[in-house]
Write a protein that binds this ligand. Structure first.
Ligand SMILES: [Zn+2]
Ligand SMILES: [Zn+2]
Length: 329
């Protein structure tokens, strides 16, 4: 069907060139012809919220300014935060190499300033694999000492050491960094999602990147192989709730709804409730003599109504193992 293919191609090309109003008209015409591919239909059916600025319809990523010089980037992996100041650029987390490349391109469009600092909230690949895209570009890479140790351990095990850019600055309790008008502070509240999770606070903008201490309304990954602790995760969220003020805007590593990767203290409290209920559920099951194999088949957690997505069983398993490991004979 060469003719139909030609019509389809030319319609798609025309759509890409037109304004939104004209685009909608042609879209309707094209849809009635059945001439658009499924992917094009999905793209255009997304509605105003799903649409990007004119001319950016093909970009799979999203840059969203938040406050002052701070914003976020989302594509694939843990949410990235960025600061573009008159004195330089700071980035928190790096997703994967391809995504980091997209981010770097966007930031270079906004500023000629150098990339001063990259901070990793923790070592997981969806936050550090993109570090390598900053090689030779960024002056410093910072993370908690445990994050670096975890990153090195995993890279050795997976034979991906040549694909890493490791932090050259590490800290234990916390760390401070000044750039222009912004004061950045890294907090460490002990083990949670891993044993190396930092919260990165842009004090002037009052934006705090929670890393994967926050899975907003989505079943969390609890990485016991990297020293995770549900008990202390609940405490760490408590510390965050008491450290930051009511005006703090929080950035979340992950969210079930991609629009909800930012939020407030009520979201931290909801996360804390989910972890508390999960732990209580595992505790009860363990002491009732249930096996882990039986427990991980549960499809819901009592008292948890808003969490969803894939991977409930990973959390159940981690919670059960944590309770079992805490039993002193
Ligand atoms: Zn993550
Ligand atoms: Zn993670």
């Amino acid at each position: 069907m060469p003719y139909l293919h030609h019509v389809q191609t030319s319609i798609v090309q025309t759509i890409k060139r037109t304004t939104m109003q004209r685009r909608n008209f042609i879209l309707n015409a094209a849809l009635s012809l059945g001439a658009l591919s499924l992917e094009d239909q999905r793209l255009f059916a997304a509605g105003p919220a799903g649409r990007r600025r004119a001319g950016q319809a093909e970009d799979p990523w999203k840059m969203r300014p938040l406050r002052r010089d701070v914003g976020i980037f989302t594509e694939k992996g843990g949410t990235i935060a960025w600061l573009v100041s008159k004195k330089g650029i700071v980035v928190v987390d790096a997703e994967f190499p391809e995504q980091a490349g997209h981010l770097i391109g966007e930031l270079k469009k906004q500023s000629d300033q150098p990339f001063e600092l990259l901070i990793n909230t923790h070592h997981h690949g969806d936050h550090t694999a993109g570090n390598i895209a900053f090689k030779g570009l960024v002056k410093d890479v910072a993370a908690h000492g445990n994050s670096l140790a975890n990153q090195q351990r995993v890279a050795v095990a997976q034979k991906t050491e040549d694909k890493q850019l490791y932090p050259n600055i590490t800290y234990t309790d916390g760390w401070n960094y000044r750039i222009g008008h912004e004061h950045i502070r890294a907090y460490y509240f002990g083990p949670g999602h891993t044993n190396g999770d930092s919260i990165i606070h842009f004090q002037h903008a009052n934006v705090a990147h929670m890393g994967d201490l926050m899975f907003n309304r989505r079943w969390a990954f609890i990485d016991r192989s990297a020293g995770a602790s549900i008990s202390n995760w609940i405490v760490a969220l408590d510390k965050a709730i008491h450290t930051f003020d009511s005006g703090t805007l929080f950035v979340f590593g992950h969210a079930f709804d991609p629009e909800k990767v930012t939020g407030g203290k009520e979201d931290l409290k909801a996360m804390q409730n989910y972890l508390t209920q999960l732990q209580a559920f595992a505790n009860q099951a363990f002491h009732a003599g249930r096996s882990k194999e039986d427990f991980v088949k549960e499809k819901a957690i009592p008292g948890v109504t808003e969490w969803q997505g894939d991977g409930i069983e990973r959390g159940l398993q981690a919670a059960y193992e944590e309770v079992a490991a805490s039993q002193v004979p």
